[in-house]
Design a protein. Structure first.
Length: 229
């Protein structure tokens, strides 16, 4: 993955209020840390950062040039998003060096098609690997081509690029293949739905109820007549 050059400014305002003002100015609050150095608070241009993440993913390598003269390489370690505004709230960036090994979570994409009448369960959509900080893959691939129901794809089955080592348990299940349910099985799981009464049926019910009340009314009249007599 190629690095993306991005400018940054030192950030002197902290807390929720300072972060809000930074975001209103079109920037993302961020912090640089690692290698035993004191954390450095910076602000990144929101549009440039978002474009880089959309293209390179969450493990995009950044070459950051801070306006105070600082130049560093960093990988996103934690990204906080606002799901409603679809914007970035805050970013933690880990300082790295060329040739340094880092352990990161990389997305796993399934390729191919399993056998007919099967369903695929993607148990883990990321995998922990160790790689050169400047050569972290944007994704990994695992084939499910022709797999029958009952098959599994483990971490050991995932294709790893040269120089990338598996950090997760080799037996970790990445995907499972199960038999697709039949139409009868699907129907059995559906809740029973009562058919609503039609207007004609409701009218008939109302007439029947009125008919049942009529004798009682006549009986009351007969009682009144006997009393008068």
């Amino acid at each position: 993955m190629s690095e993306v050059k991005i400018s940054a400014e030192p950030r002197t305002e902290f807390g929720k209020g300072g972060a809000r003002r930074t975001r209103r100015a079109g920037k993302v609050p961020a912090v640089l840390y690692g290698h035993g150095e004191k954390p450095k608070h910076i602000a990144l241009p929101a549009r440039e950062f978002a474009a880089a993440i959309r293209k390179g993913g969450a493990n995009q390598l950044f070459a950051i040039e801070v306006s105070d003269g600082t130049q560093v390489l960093a990988l996103p370690k934690a990204i906080q998003r606002d799901p409603i505004r679809d914007s970035f709230e805050h970013v933690d960036l880990l300082l790295v060096r060329r040739g340094e090994k880092v352990t990161v979570e990389v997305p796993v994409q399934l390729t191919g098609e399993a056998a007919r009448d099967t369903l695929i369960v993607h148990d883990h959509d990321t995998l922990s690997v160790t790689a050169d900080a400047t050569k972290v893959p944007d994704h990994l691939e695992a084939s499910i081509e022709g797999l029958e129901a009952g098959s599994q794809v483990t971490a050991a089955d995932v294709e790893l690029p040269s120089g990338v080592e598996l950090a997760a348990d080799a037996e970790q299940t990445v995907a499972s293949v199960t038999a697709a349910p039949t139409a009868e099985q699907l129907e059995a799981t559906l809740p029973e739905v009562e058919t609503p009464a039609t207007e004609a049926e409701e009218a008939e019910g109302a007439e029947a109820a009125e008919g049942a009340e009529a004798p009682a009314a006549e009986g009351e009249e007969s009682t009144e007549a006997k009393t008068e007599a």
